[in-house]
Design a protein around this ligand. Structure first.
Ligand SMILES: Nc1ncnc2c1ncn2[C@@H]1O[C@H](COP(=O)(O)OP(=O)(O)O)[C@@H](O)[C@H]1O
Ligand code: SF4
Ligand SMILES: [Mg+2]
Length: 316
């Protein structure tokens, strides 16, 4: 296997001695669309912010995040500026909030191009039109002159993706990029990300609370619960034979096409508040299979060929 584009090892995020993200490890291959799924509060956004070194100063990250072998957590701010918005592009839940309201789309994408490439004004102008076309903005030559408020949420998210590509991103980090959009637009954005991954070979870290959505797009999935990864697996394997009881619960909640109208039950109970984890398995209070042996902290163990699970019962 070739070396991964991104290798995250034992990434933890601490706030006042609470490990909000606890020793997260995963790899993302070149051209791979990798999903990170879990309920709200499970640490997904902090994981994404930590790997891009965008945490607030009160939060502290440890571990290593290697992009093509270079540890982002050990880089100077100056080196990082070439990575963020350059090799790593980001899109978030609220595209309108991420764009600057006082500049046109054209000016904002040009700025991203200028920060990371050496193009003349004229080349940059052509590149803006090309990028907007690539992300499916109709009539890009005139739309580029629009201000963000003149575009719908879906079009703003496309602009955000164009900005990520403008810097030459090799990895796109997408944190709940469709959660604020309505369902048809959500489908279009997911289709766009899928197409870009296929056509450009960009790798994607796709973060969502919605396993159904993640499963449609991603090649492999990591499932987060209470700040830890509880299972990693290839999408088809994970859906067909989820091993961790939490993943099993999530999979049961995914609406099936042939069961339209069937009410899906959620997983009973709520995740523990940050830092108030049980001393043993963090899922134990909600786990239908909990019993003797679950009061020990569980470790994430590799499950050949390419999975991992954090539950002693789930291991063969
Ligand atoms: N800036 C912060 N300071 C302290 N705690 C935070 C901060 N940001 C997030 N948290 C806490 O960390 C946990 C994980 O948050 P987050 O990564 O946003 O979860 P997710 O994206 O999975 O919904 C939550 O319990 C949240 O309350
Ligand atoms: S270790 Fe026990 S409580 Fe935790 S997920 Fe496995 S069976 Fe459930
Ligand atoms: Mg989040």
């Amino acid at each position: 296997m070739t070396s991964p584009l991104l290798a995250v090892r034992d990434l933890s995020v601490t706030f006042r001695a609470i490990r909000l993200v606890d020793s997260v490890s995963f790899d993302i291959g070149r051209g791979e669309v990798f999903g990170l799924v879990g309920e709200s509060g499970s640490g997904k956004t902090l994981t994404a912010l930590a790997l891009m070194r965008l945490l607030l100063p009160a939060l502290h990250a440890t571990g290593s995040v290697e992009l093509d072998g270079r540890n982002l957590l050990a880089m100077s701010e100056r080196e990082l500026r070439t990575v963020r918005g350059g090799q790593i592009g980001m899109i978030f839940q609220e595209p309108t909030a991420a764009l600057n309201p006082v500049f046109t789309i054209d000016a904002q994408i040009r700025a991203a191009i200028r920060a990371h490439t050496a193009m003349t004004d004229r080349q940059a102008g052509e590149r803006v039109i090309e990028l907007l076309g690539k992300v499916g903005i109709p009539d890009p030559a005139s739309r580029r002159k629009f201000y963000p408020h003149q575009l719908s949420g879906g079009l703003c998210q496309r602009v955000m993706i164009a900005m990520a590509l403008a810097g030459g991103a090799r990895l796109l980090v997408a944190d709940e990029p469709t959660t604020a959009l309505d369902v048809t637009i959500q489908e279009e954005i997911v289709g766009l990300i899928e197409q870009l991954a296929r056509d450009t070979g960009i790798s994607v870290l796709f973060i969502s609370h919605d396993l159904g959505l993640v499963a449609r797009l991603c090649h492999r999935i990591a499932v987060a619960y209470a700040g830890q990864i509880v299972e990693i697996g290839a999408t088809q394997t994970l859906l067909r034979a989820p091993r961790h009881p939490y993943t099993q619960g999530l999979v049961r909640c995914v609406p099936k096409l042939h069961e339209v109208g069937v009410l899906q039950r959620g997983i009973p109970g709520n995740p523990p508040a940050a830092g108030r984890w049980p001393t043993g398995c963090r899922f134990a209070p909600r786990c239908p299979q909990a019993g003797d042996g679950c009061d020990e902290a569980q470790v994430l163990r590799d499950e050949p060929p390419d999975g991992a699970v954090r539950c002693w019962r789930a291991r063969a």
